[in-house]
Design a protein around this ligand. Sequence first.
Ligand code: GUN
Ligand code: ZN
Length: 445
Amino acid sequence: NAAGGQARLTAYRSGLLYFIGAPSEGEHAAVHCEDGLLVIEDGRIVAAGDYARVAPGLEADVPIVDWRGKLIVPGFIDTHVHYPQTDMIASPAAGLLPWLETWTFPTEARFNDPGHAAEVARYFLDELQRCGTTTALVYCTVHPVSADAFFTVSHARNMRMVAGKVLMDRNCPEALRDTAESGARDSEALIQRWHGTGRQMYALTPRFAPTSTAAQLGVCGELAQRYPDVFIQSHVAENSEEVKWAGELFPGHRSYLDIYDRFGLLRPRAVYGHCIWLDDDDRRRMRDAGALAAHCPTSNLFLGSGLFDVARARQCGMHLALATDVGGGSSFSMLQTMNEAHKIARLCGYNLDAQSMFYLATQGAAQSLGLAGQIGTLAPGAEADFIVLDPQATPLLARRTSQAGSLEELLFAFAMLGDDRAVAATYVAGRRLHVRSNEIMQAQT
Ligand code: GUN
Ligand code: ZN
């Protein structure tokens, strides 16, 4: 334009879908435009609505990218994933504890090397982009350099990521052990370096109660109090052996969850992976504390951990989101994660519908993480993290979605039949960071 060359606005014509409430709680939770227009300015959404309503308000020189026939949704939010476990995905073991010993600890021991950590972080974020995940809560390893490497790569791409150095001062190999004091010192330095640097945010990351002493959980709780807007992430009640072990290591607690509670680690922005073997008192305590349960269906099936009961979680009002838990999880795709979440809910006698699953992977997660209005939505004012889903990504998806008679049917087809192939493009803060290779070929021919 005349003012200085580059138009600052870009518009995208496509189907649009986002949520303004929980589908389980009301009929008007979804905003869906079959022929919509999404308008971005300086990395933020400035308008989203029907093409016929929004287009007339735009200056004639605003470029319109044509994604007609596709569905734009907010980028997915994966609330629990381990980047250092990327290279050991699909490594079978007889349950969680042998899997940690055999595969996880040896793999994580290599992340004292900053070059290795940076190379894996780049691959990991590439893979998230291919799958349409634009925000994740990420475990690094015990090594502070593993967190520096991750944040450096994420910051360079301007992705909104939450990550933290693992805290682990017992019951693990020497090479993966910190101390209560060094873990706290290193975590605080990382908070000061990264929390609020661009779009990066920090999570205090005690791996799980069995690998931390009471002293370490104690200093972690103190840091949590000192930094009330940092996140906390850990694992709880994933596997029955683990639950028994935690009870032996911390006698005198009402439950496994109660260990974290006593150290001040249950609060808003605290995210607990798995939460399978909780009772209703625990679930209500999670709700009252404002903590979030990260349901990891592919991991729970892969490691044989158990079946997360979505119906009970909902009855107790526990805040809930979805997560891959790679490398315990067997896929980076939040669509595949929805697939297995639906099937686990079925086994628990519950119908987890597609709109609820898309909500949990976007607006629901953002809400529970204290990031509502920033991510997980296409509403004006939000950061422009969005993805383009292709209903014709595969022959089978094309065949099934061409016969979808409702939004629910379309989303359910994506959830059951979709994976990274269904993601035609991924935009982060308004910049296209991924485009599926056959889209490039079409553009070139
Ligand atoms: N519990 C403690 N550490 C881990 C981990 O790395 N993955 C999973 N799935 N569970 C854990
Ligand atoms: Zn995990």
